[in-house]
Design a protein around this ligand. Structure first.
Ligand SMILES: Nc1ncnc2c1ncn2[C@@H]1O[C@H](COP(=O)(O)OP(=O)(O)OP(=O)(O)O)[C@@H](O)[C@H]1O
Ligand SMILES: [Mg+2]
Length: 342
């Protein structure tokens, strides 16, 4: 479970893991949890694809076909609209038809696991933006993965999401802590940050002055998306073949304008007025983490009266609790952005 702030490279890593899995001949499914959509609907087409592909392997045909029957039950139990009728698939009562995801999802994963095992294959399930899953959906997914691990079936899940996912998973199922690894995806160290800028320039036959590189690494604090944007603008503006620090510096304002209009703006646009007031109050206190009590005090409000606002901003993925009583932004350098707004 890759955890990190916005724009740190989680999706890039998830895609890379998918590519590696593909070269290892695994069956891959990749989904992104959208806000307000249920897991059954999201996962159904993937389960169907995997089962259908396994049903084409002689050794796995029998189990995979049963899996498809279960899937058909699943679709009607969860009221998933299915285009066309599954030809030749008879219903099988009792298989993934309880309508309770905690039973039905593990049952379907088991069918896939057993079919994959019979086919000598493995299935990797990649899921992005895990923080948007409801507690019930996350719980069912954890139960399903737990079952795979207990039964030694060749199914793995790799998830990615905001830092609060570790807590959400633990709250959903206490054993989640032991089931997953939680590598932190964060800012790059100086060396990696410098390489991320320098390497693509070198590939194109250019160079960048050391002072320019140091400036970019320093001011972006090594955050992948900011490195990407500033290096992109600088590359476009530079005369070359060596990018000077004056050119990098001159591109900074344009980079900020680009981030302000895109990366930062889309996030603030999703908040209500009251929520904007809350994050403004946070940013005005300096850089995070922020004590909730301090934020409330600066707004002249009580801790309790701000509870619902805070919870909404968290569920929109804008802020997260770093520690008991503390909050921070999920977007790096967001406080600075807020302070740039009038
Ligand atoms: N290893 C890397 N090397 C160079 N650039 C990278 C690397 N990882 C990420 N980036 C840059 O950072 C950008 C953001 O990465 P990515 O979309 O994976 O972030 P994320 O963690 O999924 O963010 P979000 O939480 O908003 O979905 C990429 O488009 C790319 O420009
Ligand atoms: Mg992402």
């Amino acid at each position: 479970m890759l955890l990190g702030l916005r724009g740190t490279g989680k999706t890039v890593l998830l895609n890379e893991i998918g590519r590696i899995a593909e070269s290892e001949n695994l069956i891959i499914s990749k989904v992104e949890a959208p806000e307000g959509e249920s897991l059954p609907k999201l996962i159904y087409p993937e389960l169907r694809k995997v089962m259908r592909s396994l049903s084409g392997v002689e050794a796995a045909k029998h189990i995979a076909t049963r899996g498809l029957r279960g899937l058909r039950n699943f679709a009607s139990a969860f009221k998933i609209e299915v285009a066309g009728v599954e030809v030749g698939v008879e219903p099988e009562p009792g298989l993934a038809d309880s309508g309770d995801l905690q039973y039905d999802l593990p049952a379907l994963f088991e069918m896939i696991g057993r079919a994959a095992s019979a086919a000598g294959k493995g299935w990797i399930f990649l899921i992005d933006e895990v923080q948007y899953l409801s507690e019930a959906d996350l719980s069912a997914l954890i139960v399903a993965i737990h079952k795979m691990s207990q039964e030694g079936l060749p199914v793995v899940m790799v998830g990615a999401g905001l830092p609060q996912v570790a807590r959400l998973a633990g709250e959903a199922k206490s054993y989640a802590e032991r089931l997953f690894l939680y590598p932190e995806v964060g800012a790059l160290d100086r060396h990696s940050a410098a390489r991320a800028v320098e390497k693509p320039i070198a590939v194109e036959g250019g160079q960048i002055a050391k002072a320019a590189l140091d400036m970019i690494v320093e001011r972006t604090q090594g955050y992948p998306f900011f490195l990407q944007e500033w290096a992109f603008v600088t590359w476009n503006n530079a005369v070359g073949p060596e990018i000077s620090s004056a050119e990098a510096d001159a591109s900074y304002a344009e980079t900020l304008a680009l981030l302000d209009a895109g990366f930062f703006r889309v996030r603030i646009d999703r908040l209500t007025k009251a929520e904007v007031q809350f994050v403004k109050a946070m940013a005005a206190l300096g850089d995070g983490p922020y004590a909730i009590a301090e934020v409330a005090k600066s707004m002249g409000r009580t801790h309790q009266s701000l509870g619902p606002t805070r919870a909404n901003i968290i569920s929109k993925g804008m802020i997260y609790s770093t520690d008991h009583g503390y909050l921070d932004f999920t977007v790096p350098l967001f406080a600075e952005f807020m302070r740039r707004q009038e």
